[in-house]
Design a protein. Sequence first.
Length: 441
Amino acid sequence: MTSRSASLEIEARTIKDSRGDATVEVEVEIAGRTLSASVPAGKTKGGDEAVTVPAAKAVETIHDVILPIVRQLDVDLATHAGLIELERTLVERAGVRCESFGANALLPVSIALWRCAAAVHGLQLYEYIRAQEPELASTGRVRLFSNVLNGGYHALQTGEQLGVDRFDLQEMQIVPQSAPSYREALAMAERVDTALAELLATRFGADRMRRADEAGLSVKGLADNGEALDLLVEAISLAGFTPGVDIKITIDPASSHLYDAATERYRIGAQRLSPGQYGEYLLALLDRHAARFPNLFESVEDPLQENDWSGLEALSSEIKKRGVIVVGDDFYVTQRDRLEKGIAAGSANGLLVKPNQNGSLYGTLEVMKLARRHGIALVISHRSGETLDSTIADLAIAVGAHGIKTGAPQPERVFPGRHTWFRRTKYLRMIAIDESEREGG
Ligand code: 2PG
Ligand code: MG
């Protein structure tokens, strides 16, 4: 069986993502194995991320443009240099921000090619990345960032208003600290999810509750960010954990999406806050539990709108003083030029890594290397519209990332159907890798 790219068949098709929107899946056969990859989709996107084209168009591009390049270049996927040469060529042909292909065309092919290269060596994807990318390889334990309580545009329903029907901040995640394994970390997250569901049902009524885009809880009428945070802290305690010790919290306000460029104000409830006031508001949220739970917060993502670099520099230094990591998502969009800007300004000291913001696995790894060289914490992330692909788990484990952010734990009791495990499948992949490594080692 040949490992040359000239003989590859790539089959692309559209599938539905977790929101029911069309996205792209590819299948490649090599060394007697069929490997697949699919691509997720964001809703609250950064303005500078790689472009996405309609799914049907991406499928066409894969068959008509990308596959001929893959075949014509005819690299040997048994060598890492061959894979990288092919990836580099595809990235170059895709153009700036993947404009001529669309990230949703290039990324699934890119992931599938890495899977092929791994398969040729008889390795799993995480093992292959570890072996071939020594600059990134690490066996550090990855923290699970589990998004159990949802607000913002991932929770808002048609006809509703932020700050009136749902709270404004997009994500309130829990980060288990004290678990000795991923299996136990997931079990901790599930216990908090269950305790929170019971608490919210008692306070607001079960009929007002629903699961938002990332499978976290959302309640119609819970519109105040501070109250939501208090309820989450209470749920952590009710589940039998000490907030800030066993479990920390991380917040993603998705600030760009609360910001109105015309008035230069952030919308929080009925208030319209200046950038300075908004920063003060977030700091006050961080400080309100400080006396009882001094280390409650793990990180804050995008604390300001993505183009306020000077504001970010100032606010980051306040947040970092509190021992809390500032993670750049819409700020950095997994793109080298934006990360370089943040490094020069000494602002966000965490990078949210979303492969589809970049467009290729090769490009994503290059941005991660830059971050690592500058001591920036890596948090590998899903998108709000997900598929059952679990590549991000392999990526997180291969590099020993600081964290993986991949939505709510989706306890099996609440989500009995495996086809709905858009988030859970990543956690299960972490567990499977962990346990196979323990057995092997
Ligand atoms: C975010 C993400 C994922 P989206 O803002 O961090 O949680 O949302 O995929 O909609 O950009
Ligand atoms: Mg974000």
